[in-house]
Ligand binder design. Structure first.
Ligand code: ARG
Length: 477
């Protein structure tokens, strides 16, 4: 590539600084797919004949085999995956291979590769998120009778179904899926044919090229096309929000699995021991998700900073786009299956959960509601209830243990039906509003999610949209 222009070799440290082959080799399949489509486009444009195009395509397929079988020797001198593959093609098929880069630049080439990779990655992550959603829905169904305190300010507030709590995370994850889909759509536009920065001069059919690669459309401005990495930002943002959600679920699990809460026992398969304290069972999976959240958000920040104030069009800074993207996708692909396993296998201590409901005067709001149903204005009911709680505290009793006489001392609105009004069951039963924790509601939500997730699994998701056959999963280095 230094062609005839340079008289000296690169300085050793400069060569190392400049090379991206250490990490962009992961784009090999996308690069080869892009080059195959490019060779066909050159054939259509009359730059290569049918025989030459066939030899280029065969050569590229053979190189793909070499790389996936680990028989390819990557060279730092050749900088990146694009030059490594092209050099090998020329080595294999001779001067015909030298025609492949006609009218193309690594600038539109690398943007194409990364977009293809991002689309594939977003699709895989969506599948993993939906598996975690299914694990949450199944566990919610399995433990559908368990009642726990809901917390505000990490103080016990009101009884809710554990299933309701788990389904809250399903809602978050469903929004994550929407974000990853949007990121995939943002990536789904072909920059190929934009050249170094000004466009193509050989009458390349960009639309046909794009659709042969499974892209939904083509970019409309060559300067933007070679310098735009918004699709990568979208992917990193989607992943950052996902990790924030997982870190919240992680924190709930860390708390719940502590002796202090004692609400769940995480399975041996996802807990670790201590090198010193033999009794320990640590929720490391949850802690690592919490910890890695910072790294993923850092990757988003890193790419934002890379793009900030970059003049048009391509600049070598953009080579810094790939590592944050790869690291982020690797991280979420590592964590999501562990979370699905952790949720599926966790054991819930319904007895401890019930104990947690006993003290803390969680019935107070039901008591106030009881009074308001009898026509007492809410503020007055609130004050009366506060006095009853104070009385219960003085006597060292819970609200259901307090005798009617104590209630009536505070207000003669109380009758003996008050005890029925302050049971956990009635507190749950009356939250029938959409989004409430009434058992019938929650059961219907579980069913709704089951149907929705089953529908997505059976292929309802992309509704016939053509996607690039991304082979990253099978040919991971
Ligand atoms: N390795 C480069 C990258 O990742 C490929 C594009 C290089 N383009 C250039 N004009 N030097 O961005």
């Amino acid at each position: 590539m230094r062609g005839g222009r340079f008289e000296k070799r690169l300085h050793d440290a400069m060569r190392r600084l400049n090379a991206s082959i250490g990490f962009d080799r992961r784009l090999y399949r996308e690069d080869i797919d892009g080059s195959i489509s490019w060779a066909r486009a050159l054939e259509k444009a009359g730059i290569v004949d049918a025989d030459e195009a066939r030899r280029i395509v065969d050569g590229l397929e053979a190189i793909a085999e070499e790389i996936s079988a680990d028989r390819f020797s990557f060279s730092e001198d050749l900088e990146d995956i694009h030059m490594n593959i092209e050099a090998r093609l020329i080595e294999r098929i001779g001067s015909t291979g030298e025609k492949l880069h006609t009218g193309r630049s690594r600038n539109d080439q690398v943007a194409t590769d990364l977009r293809l990779w991002a689309k594939g990655a977003a699709g895989r992550v969506i599948g993993l998120i939906e598996e975690l959603m299914a694990a949450l829905v199944d566990t919610a169904g399995r433990e559908s009778d368990v009642v726990i305190p809901a917390y505000t300010h990490l103080q016990r507030a009101q009884p809710v179904l554990l299933a309701h709590h788990l389904l809250a995370y399903v809602e978050m994850l469903a929004r994550d899926v929407v974000r990853f889909r949007a990121a995939a759509d943002a990536a789904d536009v072909s920059p190929l044919g934009s050249g170094a920065c000004a466009g193509n001069q050989f009458g390349i059919d960009r639309e046909a090229l794009a659709s042969s690669l499974g892209f939904a459309g083509v970019t409309r401005n060559s300067l933007d096309a070679v310098s735009d990495r918004d699709f990568a930002l979208d992917l990193l943002h989607a992943a950052s929000v996902l990790m924030v959600h997982l870190s919240r679920l992680a924190e709930d699990l860390v708390l719940w699995s502590s002796a202090e809460f004692g609400l769940v026992r995480l399975d041996d398969s996802v807990t670790t021991g201590s090198s010193m304290l033999p009794q320990k069972r640590n929720p490391d999976a949850a802690e690592l998700a919490r910890g890695k959240c910072g790294r993923v958000v850092g990757n988003l920040t890193s790419l934002l900073m890379t793009l900030k104030a970059l003049p048009l069009a391509y600049n070598k800074d953009l080579q810094e786009d790939k590592e944050p993207v790869f690291d982020t996708v690797d991280t979420v692909e590592l964590i999501l299956p562990v979370f699905a396993e952790m949720i599926r296998t966790m054991r819930v201590d319904a007895g401890r959960a019930a104990e947690r409901l006993r003290d803390g005067y969680l019935e107070a709001i039901s008591l106030a509601d009881y009074l308001t149903r009898r026509g007492v204005p809410f503020r007055e009911a609130h004050r009366i209830t506060g006095e009853v709680v104070l009385e219960a505290e003085r006597r060292g009793r819970t609200l259901p243990e307090l005798p009617l006489e104590a209630y009536r001392k505070v207000s003669d609105h109380f009758d003996d039906d008050v005890f029925e009004a302050i049971t956990v069951e009635s507190a749950l039963r009356d939250k029938t509003v959409v989004g409430g924790t009434a058992p019938d509601r929650v059961r219907a939500e579980i069913e709704r999610w089951r149907r929705e997730l089953a529908g997505r699994k059976s292929g309802g998701r992309r509704r016939g949209k053509k996607t690039h056959d991304n082979r990253e999963g099978r040919a991971r280095e």
